[in-house]
Every structure is written in structure tokens, then in C-alpha cells.
Design a protein around this ligand. Structure first.
Ligand code: SAH
Length: 500
């Protein structure tokens, strides 16, 4: 076998929560040449695939049968023989009702090398996210995973054995046949009063759970309009849910929250909101476009290198990040700041700076340009040289104030904030939002532009601070809450304060 020989990885993607995807799966996705994927895979996981890799959807859709199993197997073999690293990505675990075993057989037969990457299977995950442990001391000492399609020929379900099974029964693909499943189990002697539940889209933000006795579950599921994909679980463990359900009890469950930050900056906020149970819609309306290749930036870095500045003023985390990138590209490091006092706006900027091993000498209390001017009040700036690193098109508040006090300011533009148009799907999702969050004035302007100036009725508006609130008011929108402190944690607290 040559080094460049192709290989197939049969990879499980877990039940839906992107946090349940294995490290191994992400590694393989990042270096795959081709990814063949199904319908029920976690949101955003394909984002782990490298640019230029081929993505092939091989799943079924309700109205379209999709490509056949043997065609999928042929594709896997063909790609591997062409020397590709192939990821075959499946929902849940590849070997639990996933036909991964059949694909492995086909690959083995064809002499194509392959590996299997197991994953969190829905029978364990959907139940866990519903607060139902599939085994429990004293309640269930065994668990059976069963296909819920007894109608399919040859599945050969032994209902008598299942009825007698001393433990929890977990049915996959069982929604449609639920009336038959319940009836057969009860006819074979399982107690119709036994606790049971259906968990639809377990671990997804819109997870739905219906609980009833085994005898009543079919009617209750039909009444709730609950459809596939769902796990049906039968056993006394279902009752534990009453005490240990956790997923639905998080504070923002059932709320849709729009995040309008630039994508690169939003991830912390998005993760926090998701962790609180929110359904998060990322509507990045701005993008940070670095401009550190300019002669101006090179001159500023040279100036720093020769100790030419008494003060370095940094207005944002992006300014910190990009100044250090420019310094690094010049083959230099944080020591170029050794002789200067460094002043920043806001603790988040101070933290970003600290991550580079530099402690801010001055941190503006107020997170606006005027705040930095105030923070410099105690400094004697007469004849001092200052480097102001900032975004393009920003206000001239700082430079003007500093010059007035006799300081000699070099301004250097490290990036611009460019409007980004959210796509149609995002706009549609945003229209049904419960909360809109704004972390800057430009995100207000750009979001309103994308939404034709209207915000969804019923959505509560949360602003990160006074400047953003002012822009909202200028557009006729009164924020429902303003963060204090004016940072992401403050924004989250402000949002939670609005939540009933
Ligand atoms: N290989 C997958 C199962 C595929 S069969 C695994 O290991 O999980 C498809 C069935 O899985 C669905 O009909 C449903 O019963 C179940 N399923 C998959 N994802 C689910 C989820 N998030 N919540 C509940 N059931 C799910």
C-alpha cells in the first residue's frame, strides 16, 4: 500500500448537539478530501471541512428517495481508489442502525482500507438529554436497542422476548409504528402502565419529549403531532425525568436569539447563549477586514521598534490582535512595547493585550472613545508621541483631544469594519426572534439595513452600551435592556433580566 493510498473513515457525528461530535471526527473532517454525509448531522459540523474538499449529500429527503445504499458503497470505493481520504459521515453512531456495518463489509470486500469512528448514539443521547438514564441501579440493569420498524420483513422481532426483557427498551425509527409496537408489547405481556416516552430531535435546540404510559403513548404522540426522528423509551427509568430533566430547564430554552456580531467575534457569545438553552441565529452583519499590509502600519511598527512612542492607545480587541500580527510579521514581539505606556478601552481589550504578555497601564472605565480621553486626563501629554491604533472611519475624538493637549499623535488604521449581508435563510429565522442582541453601532445599522429597517415584532432588543443604544434610538428603536458592564457577560445578564 502506498502512502497516498485512499482510505475511508466511517464516522459518527453524534445525535445533533455539535458539542457531542468527537475530537477524532473533527480531525478527520478537517483533512478529508471528500465527505459523504446524511441528513441528520449536527448544525455547523460541515464547517470543519477544509476549503476545497468535496461535500456530497447522500441522504434521503422525505419526498426523494436519495441515492441507493449500493450507489453509496460504490462512491466510497471509487473515491478511495482515486487516492482520496474519504469521510462517510453519519448521524449518531455509524454501527447502530446506521448501515455502517454494510458499508464496512463492502469496503472489506473491495480491499479498500477503512476505519470506524464510533459516536454518541441517539438511544443514549436523546434519553440522557430528556433526563432519562437508560440504566439505573434498582430500576434497570439492562438496556435493549431495538429497531422500531417491525413491519420490515425479516427484522424478526421476538415480541415475547422483548416483553420479558428485564430492562429498558429503546426503539429507534419507531414513531410511525408506535401503535403496533405498544400493542405487540402489551399483547406479549409487557405492562401497559409502564412509563414510556418519545424523545424527538434529542439534544437539538428544539428537542421535544412526550411522556405517557406505554398504553397511552401512541395516542399522546399522535396528539402532540410528534414525528420522526424520535427515540421511544419504555421502562421505569422514564420516571426519573421528573426529578432530573435538565435540558428543558435551562433559562433560555424556547427562546430564539439573534447575534449580530462579526462571526469571528461572536463565538464566545454564541456558545454562552446556546449553553443557556437558546436557539441562536448568527446574523453576522459586519466583518473585520484587516489592513495591516499598508506602509502606514509598517512605519508604525518601525516606530515602535525604535522606541519612538511614549504611549500606545488601543481601542479594541481587534486592534490588539492585528497590531500584534503586524509586529509578528516584522519579526518582532511584545518587547517593542517595552518603553511605552499602553492604554486601552475596556477590560476585554485589556484581556486581549494580557494574552500577549502585556499589562495595560491605563484601562478606560467607559467603553467609548471619550472614556479613553478621560482615562488619559492624569497624563502629561505635552510633546509626547502617541500611537493610536484603530479602525478605519472611526470618530476622531481621541486624536483631537490628545492633540489639543499637546500630544503628537500618529494614527494607524489596522482594519475596517465592512457590512456583511446575512443570507435569506438567516433573515427569515431572525424574523421570528425573541431577542435581538447588538454589540456595536455598526451592527445596528447593518442589521436594520438587511431587515429593511424593521425589527421583528415581539422581539426584545438588548444593547451592549450607550453608543449602541443611541444608534438604536436614532433608528426609532428603544432598547429593552442595556448591558452593564458593557461587555458580553453584561449583555447576557441584560438579556436574562428580560426573560420571564
Ligand atoms: N446511527 C444513528 C441511528 C440512525 S437510525 C444513531 O446511532 O443514533 C435513525 C433513527 O435514529 C431515527 O429514526 C431516530 O429514532 C433516531 N435518532 C437519530 N437522531 C435522533 C435524535 N437527535 N433524537 C431522537 N432520535 C434520534
Amino acid at each position: 500500500l502506498s502512502e497516498t493510498a485512499g482510505k475511508v473513515f466511517l464516522v459518527g457525528a453524534g445525535p445533533g448537539d455539535p458539542g457531542l461530535v468527537t475530537v477524532r471526527a473533527l480531525e478527520l473532517l478537517a483533512r478529508a478530501d471528500v465527505v459523504l454525509y446524511d441528513r441528520l448531522i449536527p448544525d455547523g459540523i460541515l464547517g470543519a471541512v477544509a476549503d476545497g474538499a468535496e461535500l456530497v449529500y447522500v441522504g434521503k429527503t422525505p419526498d426523494r428517495p436519495g441515492i441507493s445504499q449500493s450507489q453509496i458503497e460504490e462512491l466510497l470505493i471509487a473515491h478511495a481508489r482515486a487516492g482520496h481520504q474519504v469521510v462517510r459521515l453519519k448521524g449518531g453512531d455509524p454501527f447502530v442502525f446506521g448501515r455502517g456495518g454494510e458499508e464496512a463489509e463492502a469496503l472489506a470486500e473491495a480491499g479498500v482500507p477503512f476505519e470506524v469512528v464510533p459516536a454518541v448514539t441517539a438511544g443514549v443521547a436523546a434519553t440522557a438529554y430528556a433526563g432519562i438514564p437508560v440504566t439505573h441501579r434498582g430500576l434497570a440493569s439492562a438496556v435493549a436497542f431495538v429497531t422500531g420498524r417491525p413491519g420490515n420483513a425479516n427484522d424478526g422481532i421476538d415480541w415475547d422476548a422483548l416483553a420479558r426483557f428485564p430492562g429498558t427498551l429503546v426503539f429507534y425509527m419507531g414513531v410511525r409504528e408506535l401503535p403496533v409496537i405498544a400493542e405487540r408489547l402489551i399483547a406479549a405481556g409487557r405492562d401497559g402502565g409502564e412509563p414510556a416516552a418519545a424523545v424527538r430531535r434529542g439534544s437539538w435546540p428544539d428537542q421535544q419529549v412526550v411522556e405517557a404510559s406505554l398504553a397511552d403513548l401512541p395516542a399522546r404522540v399522535a396528539g402532540a403531532g410528534l414525528e420522526a426522528p424520535a427515540i421511544i423509551v419504555v421502562g421505569p427509568v422514564v420516571e426519573l425525568r421528573e426529578r432530573i430533566a435538565w435540558f428543558e430547564n435551562r433559562p433560555l430554552v424556547g427562546s430564539r436569539v439573534v447575534v449580530t456580531r462579526a462571526r469571528a467575534q461572536a463565538s464566545g457569545l454564541v456558545d454562552r447563549l446556546r449553553g443557556l438553552g437558546a436557539e441562536v441565529v448568527e446574523a453576522p452583519t459586519i466583518r473585520i477586514e484587516p489592513s495591516i499590509d499598508s506602509a502606514e502600519v509598517a512605519a508604525a511598527v518601525d516606530g515602535l521598534a525604535v522606541g519612538g512612542y511614549d504611549y500606545v492607545l488601543l481601542t479594541s480587541q481587534n486592534a490588539v490582535r492585528l497590531l500584534f500580527e503586524a509586529i509578528g510579521r516584522a519579526g518582532l514581539d511584545a518587547r517593542v512595547l517595552a518603553g511605552a505606556k499602553v492604554a486601552v478601552i475596556g477590560p476585554a481589550t485589556a484581556e486581549a493585550l494580557a494574552a500577549h504578555g502585556v499589562r495595560a497601564d491605563i484601562t478606560a472605565e467607559r467603553f467609548v472613545a471619550e472614556g479613553l480621553v478621560e482615562a488619559l486626563a492624569g497624563e502629561d501629554l505635552e510633546g509626547r508621541k502617541l500611537l493610536l491604533a484603530r479602525a478605519a472611519g472611526g470618530r476622531r475624538v481621541i486624536a483631537d483631544a490628545v492633540s489639543e493637549r499637546g500630544g503628537l499623535v500618529d494614527e494607524v488604521v489596522l482594519y475596517s469594519t465592512v457590512a456583511e449581508q446575512p443570507d435569506a435563510e438567516v433573515i427569515e429565522m431572525a424574523a421570528g426572534a425573541d431577542f435581538l442582541t447588538f454589540a456595536s453601532s455598526s451592527s445596528v445599522t447593518n442589521f436594520l439595513g438587511a431587515m429593511d429597517g424593521r425589527i421583528p415584532s415581539g422581539a426584545k432588543v438588548v444593547s451592549i452600551g450607550p453608543a449602541t443604544s443611541a444608534t438604536l434610538r436614532a433608528n426609532g428603536i428603544e432598547p429593552d435592556a442595556e448591558a452593564n458592564p458593557h461587555n458580553l457577560e453584561g449583555l447576557i445578564q441584560a438579556l436574562l433580566s428580560l426573560h420571564p
